[in-house]
Design a protein around this ligand. Structure first.
Ligand code: KDG
Length: 311
């Protein structure tokens, strides 16, 4: 097993080349999406070994995604192909203001049929498990898989980070979403919500209260993303804010949270302090929003160091 384990749904992503509503756009560029795949790519580019588990349809999107992950030197040895279900895909609009619109074609996809048995039991070098709420939302099987990952982490003393990554359209109801995501969060070591997600999940707008909510439930560290202001961090012993980086021109905000998680996880794997790991998270979060894709902007070590030195 690699240093980091991720399970998720990768999708073909079609990025609008012109502004306007998705039904009106004529030209799209094909890319790869999927929160966990983004983090896997980010970590691999920074030199970490990553195992990514999913199921893909035996179709052109599945082949495209598999090859992309291989190119990124990710361990894909446990990915299964199926003739029964298709690979999901999604559309993303182009916008100069705020977040783009997205539309999914993923219901009943191959990845939503991932089960706990898809996870290898051999641990080897495994040091970190990263989970997002997207995998939890896809189906009962993928939710069970998330709990299996947590069990593996807990039984073997492996650090688990959790990004709620709220996607309301993937859940049956808001109540179910909130209770499930909070239950998962309470079993993980590091919880990383965005401030708006923190409000949805805890009912509080205050970073300190959001952090306390999860610390009281058992998390060791809560890291709340506060947009261009950076991130607020709280553990049992201390709390602090790590300022964000200035971004010249925001091209596309999607993927910022995955870039942030990449920075935090890689920093911790390399022995950085929590504060320095979060600083790296802020840096990668800033770099990624200057590119149109969800992961094309993820830096290698040289690019990351240059950005952090110059900004
Ligand atoms: O975090 C970025 C992801 O949102 C994106 O790549 C696609 O996984 C995705 C989703 O479900 O929105």
């Amino acid at each position: 097993m690699a240093e980091v384990l991720l399970v998720g749904e990768p999708m073909a992503l079609f990025i609008a080349e012109e502004e306007g509503t998705l039904d009106r756009v004529n030209k799209f560029t094909k890319a790869l999406a999927g929160a966990e795949a983004n983090v896997a790519i980010g970590l691999s580019r920074l030199g970490h070994t990553v195992k990514y588990i999913t199921r893909l349809g035996n179709d052109p999107f599945g082949k495209y995604i598999y090859e992309k992950l291989l190119e990124e030197e990710i361990d894909v040895s446990s990915i299964k192909f199926t003739d029964k279900y298709p690979t999901g895909f999604m559309l993303k609009s182009k916008t100069s203001k705020g977040d783009p619109d997205i539309f999914y074609f993923r219901k009943g996809s191959a990845a939503s049929h991932v089960t706990p048995d898809d996870i290898d039991c051999e641990l080897g070098e495994l040091k970190h498990i990263h989970i997002t709420g997207i995998t939890a939302a896809l189906s009962n099987d993928t939710l069970d898989t998330v709990y299996r990952m947590i069990q593996i982490g807990k039984e073997n003393g492996i650090r688990i980070s959790f990004d709620p990554n709220i996607r309301k359209s993937l859940w049956k109801s808001e109540d179910e979403m909130v209770s499930t995501l909070n239950d998962i969060a309470s079993r993980c070591n590091i919880v990383m919500p965005g401030i708006k997600e923190g409000f949805i999940l805890t009912g509080s707008e205050e970073v300190d209260a959001i952090a306390d909510f999860y610390l009281e439930k058992g998390a060791e560290a809560v890291i709340i993303k506060i947009g261009d202001k950076g991130a607020y961090v709280k553990t049992k012993d201390k709390s602090f804010t790590v300022s964000g980086y200035k971004v010249e021109k925001v091209v596309d905000t999607v993927g910022a949270g995955d870039g942030f998680a990449t920075g935090v996880i890689s920093g911790l794997l390399e022995g950085l302090t929590l504060s320095d790991a979060v600083k790296r998270g802020n840096a990668i979060g800033a770099i990624i929003i200057m590119s149109p894709g969800d992961n094309d902007g993820l830096p290698d070590k040289v690019t990351l160091e240059k950005f952090m030195k110059e900004n």
